[in-house]
Ligand binder design. Structure first.
Ligand SMILES: *Cc1c(COP(=O)(O)O)cnc(C)c1O
Length: 448
């Protein structure tokens, strides 16, 4: 095997000038792999000659793939506002600027500046949440799934929690409410049927082992037709009468009334708070429009107990989360809703969207066959399931490209579109105003 003898030696190979300025450690590691691969290919005779230049290119290519960031910015042209696969809620640039200031300096995360001694990290958001929701106390954890787990673990370990079968949902990413509940140590007491649960089902389920009546928001489906569920208001009443805890996992809780009549079946956090509930939890990065977090609000004595649960340490949030969340909550307090991108998108008028779509159309219609159309989209992220909201899209066609070919090409260029009625649509509900120029340039560049 004469070819085996000509395999480059790694020590020498890595000194090639093509690798100048690169990390020697990484070049060596990749070169070893590439050369080992070459050796195997010679042995199994899939390679008949050695080309050093192509080996160098391969190493450089692998190097580039490894060091280039995997997490990339994309243009969301799907129209789904709280898009779980695309990072859920966008953060406000000013909130991030304030957060950079906090995170790049020392801060009073757990330091009481008045007393000069240890403080509590949760204190930073409780005053705002109290002012906003009239809750007695609040706490924040890593996400809403942790909030559910922590609450059940604190109050229902080896005790019964009553929940309707119609609410034992699986939420995207295989988060199954019944499994999370069981893993927390709670004993699940399922009541009712998939389509009907009555108040008397709750009442009949209560015994001396019952610790909690729980309601779970049906985030990604709705039951139509012959169905009934018990309102949280009634659940609170029964729980209080029996001296047990009521808890509503709201999923995507919203702080303000929603447009397009979405509020009809989706009471806001403030409306729910009027029932004087024991505990509520909701996500920070769904309709609230902030950072990933799970927010728990409710009765002071219950929150105190949660704070004493050792698990909290594992689920606790970082200063970056707290700084971002505090800033979003402050925007609500000041009624500065323009600062919350998720709400800005939700409330944008179709006239505004149409203007933007028309502007883009005029810029690219000499290349593409395109049309501004009325369409509808959804909020996403497990909010208002199956409810459509109006939107405006630009339909896009290019020569004899099939819709899925065009969609794929756009995707390779970091534009995520959707296909409807055999056409690629760019939905303007989720395209940011400051992305329009970039979008135009990418679209022009594709077929130039
Ligand atoms: C989304 C959701 C969760 C999980 O919240 P995360 O913030 O994603 O952890 C839990 N319960 C319900 C009802 C939800 O909609």
């Amino acid at each position: 095997m004469i070819l085996l003898k000509s395999i480059p030696k790694v020590d020498k190979f890595i000194t090639h000038e093509a690798f100048e300025g690169l990390s020697k450690t990484l070049v060596t590691k990749i070169s070893k792999e590439v050369i080992e691969n070459l050796r195997n290919n010679i042995l199994n005779e899939t390679i008949k000659e050695i080309n050093e230049q192509s080996l160098i290119s391969e190493v450089l290519q692998n190097y580039e793939n490894l060091i280039s960031p995997s997490l990339k910015s994309v243009i969301n042209a799907t129209g789904i506002i709280v898009h779980t696969n695309l990072g859920r809620s966008l953060l406000d640039e000013n909130s991030l600027k304030k957060t950079i200031q906090i995170a790049t300096t020392y801060n009073n995360l757990e330091y009481d500046l008045n007393e000069g001694k240890r403080g509590e990290r949760y204190a930073h958001i409780t005053k705002t949440l109290k002012a906003l929701t009239n809750c007695e106390d609040a706490i924040v954890v890593n996400n809403n799934a942790s909030a559910v787990f922590l609450i059940l673990n604190t109050f229902c370990k080896n005790k019964e929690v009553v929940v309707s079968r119609g609410e034992l949902v699986e939420i995207g990413g295989s988060f199954r409410v019944p499994e999370v509940m069981t893993q927390s140590g709670a004993i699940l007491k399922e009541i009712g049927t998939t389509n009907k649960t009555h108040l008397r089902d709750y009442e009949n389920a209560i015994n001396e082992k019952t610790s909690m009546l729980m309601k779970v928001h049906k985030s990604n489906y709705s039951i139509e037709g012959f169905s009934s569920e018990v309102s949280f208001e009634e659940i609170v009443e029964v729980a209080q009468k029996n001296n047990i805890i009521d808890y509503y996992d709201m999923g995507s809780g919203h702080m303000i009334d929603l447009p397009y009549n979405l509020n009809k079946n989706e009471p806001s956090i403030l409306e729910i708070m009027q029932y004087n509930p024991s505990l509520l939890s909701f996500s920070g990065d769904k309709l609230l429009g902030s950072v990933q977090a799970g927010i728990i609000i409710g009765k002071k004595e219950l929150i105190e107990k949660i704070k004493k649960n050792q698990l909290l340490r594992m689920l606790r949030v970082d200063k970056i989360t707290l700084a971002l969340l505090e800033d979003t909550l402050n925007s609500y307090l000041k009624n500065d809703l323009e600062q919350i991108p998720t709400l800005k998108m939700l409330f944008a008028s179709t006239e505004t969207l149409e203007q933007r779509a028309t502007k883009l159309k005029e810029k690219i219609e000499d290349i593409y066959n395109c049309e501004v159309i009325k369409t509808s989209t959804m909020v996403g992220g497990g909010t208002t399931p199956n409810k459509k909201i109006p939107s405006i899209a630009l339909s896009l066609e290019y020569k004899n490209y099939k819709p899925n070919q065009l969609e794929k090409l756009l995707r390779k260029n970091l534009i995520i579109s959707r296909i409807e009625n055999e056409k690629v649509l760019l939905d303007f509900r989720t395209i940011q105003e400051n992305e329009l120029e970039k979008l135009e340039n990418i679209l022009k560049g594709l077929f130039n």
